[in-house]
Each structure stands twice: as structure tokens, then as C-alpha cells.
Write a new protein. Sequence first.
Length: 270
Amino acid sequence: MLSTTNMSGEAQMSLKLNEIVEEAYVPDKDYQPGATVHTVSSKGQMRRVKSRTTGRIEHTLSLLEYMVFIILDMDPQVVDIQSQYPHDLKTTLKLAHDLGINHSPQYEPEKKPLTTDFVVTLDGPEHEMFGVYVKYVQDLKGWRTIEKLQLERASLARLGIPLYVVTEEQICRKTHRTLEWIIGANLDDCDVDELYSHVATIENVFLSNPDERIHNLLVALDEEKGGQDGTYLYRFKQLVQLGAFFLKFDRDFFDLRGADIQVVNEVLHA
């Protein structure tokens, strides 16, 4: 421990700032999820999202996971979100044997690492962590689901990490409504590159009119471009799902202004 007795006030301040910087939590930019939208068969439910918290492209494998991720990513107490957190296969195989559980995949001889939807790190001196198991209420009844949950919980417990179950019932109604409205724009079979080509046009309109409601701006774009009514609103909702735009989902969409929307350039080049 360095003594600050004979240091000037400015030097002491500098030392304290350095200590704070050294103690600050920095998310691992090289973290690799155990499952991605490319390695899991798609049913139109999966998304890659640029995280404001981690700076990484995170992977959500269902609509509900996407909703939960957005809520976590908006929380100022959260400093890291590891999506599709991979468990050590050797550890979970032993735990499965001890618990009398058939390790996933159930009907295949070659077992694969389990993944937990999210492992979250909180701000604070201890950087407390917890796991999040995301499931719709109706899907929590199957015995295989319960076994997998039990195995994930036991595996994380060995690391001192508790695991919590989150369902659609835990999501704020306003956030849930906004997210459902955004998700109403279908991404199935869409031309992603063609969608991305509209980002600059939409962004420029928002930047040029920071105090105007974005709904009015998108309607005006339809009129300017001679498109069908609602075209740019639909594109905007699709681009939000792709992570190209970020907005605060706990606010009423129709009250959002141009200044409230941020473009996420990293997603366009991921």
C-alpha cells in the first residue's frame, strides 16, 4: 500500500483516480457464447444484438430471451452480460451422474456443453454474479426442463453463482408492450442487407429533427420517398430487432423523439 502522507492534494487525487480505474470492471471483449444464432437451428426467433453494457454482439435465441436481454442491458447496475454462458462439460457430466440425470442432448451418445441463457455481473466491490434461466411459464412443466434447470443450477452453484428463473410474468407491462409491438415486424425471410441500406436515411432524419416525434418523422419519410404508408415505421421496427437502433423500451414509443434514438454502427459491420 502506498503512503500518501507527503503527497500534494493533486497527487493524492491522481492516485485515487488510478485506483478506481484499476478496480473498475471491464467486460471480456473476447468472450465467446456457447451457442449462437449460427449454431442453433432457427425458427425466426433469434437475434444478434449489440450490447450497450458489454460492447459485444450478444445472442438471444427466443423472443423472451430478447426481451430479458434488453431489460438487463438497460440496467445501470449491470456491468456484464454473458449470453449463452457455456458450462464446463466435464463438470456437468459428473454432476449429471451424481444427480441421476441424463445429460443433454438426451438421445445422442456424444454429449455437448450446457449453456445458461445469461450470466450477469453487477456493479460494486464484489462484482456479484447471477445466472438467468429464461422460459415461458407454459414451458416450465416438462420434466426434462426441470432436470436441465437442476443441472445448470448445480453447475453454477459450484462457482458461487445463484440461478434465477425469469418468465414473461416478471417483465414490466409497459416494456413488454413496447417490445411486443417492435417484434410485430416480421424478420422471416427479410433481406438484411437491404434493410441496413436504410439506416443512414432514418438516422439522418432523426439527427436533423431531434425534438420531433419519431413516429411523425417516419411517416414523413414515406411521403418523401413515395412509399406505402407505414413502410419506414415497419423497417425501423425490424432494424431495432437487428440491433441497428437502440431506444428505451420502458417508454411509450409514440413519445420518443429523434434525439432519443441511437444508431449502433458496430452491428452493421458484425
